[in-house]
Design a protein around this ligand. Structure first.
Ligand SMILES: Nc1ncnc2c1ncn2[C@@H]1O[C@H](COP(=O)(O)OP(=O)(O)OP(=O)(O)O)[C@@H](O)[C@H]1O
Ligand SMILES: [Mg+2]
Length: 414
């Protein structure tokens, strides 16, 4: 396949997350497949022999085999940790889900902020040497999420050429990433290993403590559904408690299920966990003793440590990305709490003096593509005419070696 032919085909876009992989072809609005980022090894691997790649199950198929096989998750807190499994996962994703020949397509992959350069090199080795792709672009997730908000036409008036603060909360990690003119402001990034998976664990814990009768083998999956379908961000935790106590009938929802093994029916109440789970972001001490800084405070710190001339635009264009930002009320609460912190700071610096400071606007952008914002941003970027020439080509790779992917050219084509 000539390189020019590959340029006429849509690029493959894959966003591998700790919990979920989003994959599909550029020019689409949504990924064609969203599957768990896991691999089921067969018996041979656990006894030390190589697994036959045809025998690799990934995603939901892998999870369905958990009774007989070891299920492994190659990404932890956003970063690839098991490269052999990751390669198997990519291989199966391309051949069995996207059903394309990797030699025929350019690829856009994503990486977390501050990804070690060696990880980019390992990725390039796999894609150029094992899969023989004609070209590769590895985009930073935050920059892609910003591109998505611009493409969704929902950016605030402050959004200018890829400037904004991205709050990306997925399954395994929370990142706050100030981006100025397409450049990630690396030293201002805040990162916390608390995210959606912890919220699921918390829901499960709260329901178990209350004695809800959920079959233990389904408890995690039920907790995830409860979190995604019934949780919301409240305005004030204490007031919300009182409201639940006063009128439980208005706040408690009942869920029902059937036990897979026996067909027995069960039902359970969902109450305080509806607002307590996402409250972990705002009052983290209710869940963790290690990470106790509230998310709005982290956002404020990240922006306050960025160059002074960027701050106004960073406060004015806070962009949400990742499945765990989808809770009802999340954007409003972030906006209110960050605004309070900014106002307090302004009041403290001007107090007692003649100094006055201009009000700072805080805007939080929410849009329909939050769950797959990174993927959508990748799809948009890979659909622009400048994309192919921004990629590292196979010829570049062969001439310069894996070193060439240590840095991507900054892409400004949107
Ligand atoms: N509607 C929803 N409300 C709340 N949480 C949700 C919703 N939909 C999905 N989630 C949660 O979002 C998480 C998955 O989000 P996402 O796909 O962005 O994560 P990821 O990319 O796999 O992880 P990471 O970015 O941390 O590596 C899961 O914890 C999932 O339960
Ligand atoms: Mg992610």
């Amino acid at each position: 396949m000539a390189r020019e032919d590959a340029m006429t085909r849509p690029a493959v876009v894959i966003d591998n997350g700790t919990g979920w992989t989003k994959m599909g072809f550029a020019r689409n609005v949504r990924p064609s497949h969203v599957i768990p980022t896991c691999v089921a090894a067969n018996g041979a691997t656990t006894s030390g022999k190589m697994m036959d790649d045809l025998d690799v199950a990934i995603g939901r198929e892998a999870m369905a085999l958990s009774a007989s096989r070891e299920v492994r998750w190659p990404i932890r807190h956003g970063t690839v940790e098991n490269w052999e499994d990751m390669e198997r996962f990519w291989q199966a994703s391309v051949c069995r889900y996207l059903r394309c020949d990797p030699e025929d397509h350019y690829f856009l992959l994503t990486e977390p902020p501050l990804n070690p350069p060696e990880n980019r090199e390992y990725t390039a080795e796999i894609f150029f040497e094992s899969f023989n792709v004609p070209g590769l672009y590895i985009g930073v997730q935050a920059a892609l999420a910003l591109a998505a908000s611009i493409a969704s036409k929902k950016q605030s008036q402050y959004a200018s050429a890829l400037t904004g603060t991205v709050i990306d909360i997925g399954d395994g990690v929370t990142h706050i990433i100030p981006v100025s003119d397409g450049y990630v402001l690396g030293s201002s990034i805040k990162s916390v290993p608390l995210a959606g998976r912890d919220l699921t664990t918390f829901v499960q814990y709260l329901m178990r403590e209350r004695g809800e009768k959920i079959p233990p083998e389904d408890a995690m999956e039920v907790a995830r559904k409860v979190k995604e379908d019934h949780c919301y961000v409240c305005k004030d935790m204490v007031k919300e408690f009182l409201a639940h106590e006063r009128k439980p009938g208005e706040h408690v929802v009942q869920i029902n299920g059937t036990r897979g093994k026996t067909g027995e029916k069960w039902s359970a109440d969902v109450g305080y966990e509806r607002f307590l789970a996402p409250e972990v972001f705002f009052n983290p001490e209710i869940y963790s003793s290690d990470y106790i800084t509230p998310l709005p405070e982290l956002v404020h710190q990240a922006i306050a440590s960025s160059p002074i001339d960027t701050r106004r635009n960073l406060y004015g264009n806070i962009v949400l990305s990742g499945g765990s930002t989808m809770f009802k009320g999340f954007g409003k609460r972030i906006k209110r709490d960050v605004k309070r912190l900014v106002d307090e700071r302004i009041a403290a610096t001007t107090k007692g003096g003649t100094l006055t400071s201009k009000e700072v606007d805080v805007e939080v952008v929410t849009h329909n593509f939050q769950r797959t914002a990174v993927w959508f941003g990748g799809s948009v970027l890979a659909s622009t005419p400048g994309f192919y020439s921004s990629c590292v080509s196979k010829a570049d790779y062969e001439e310069h070696g894996a070193n060439i992917v240590r840095q991507n050219p900054v892409f400004r084509g949107i």
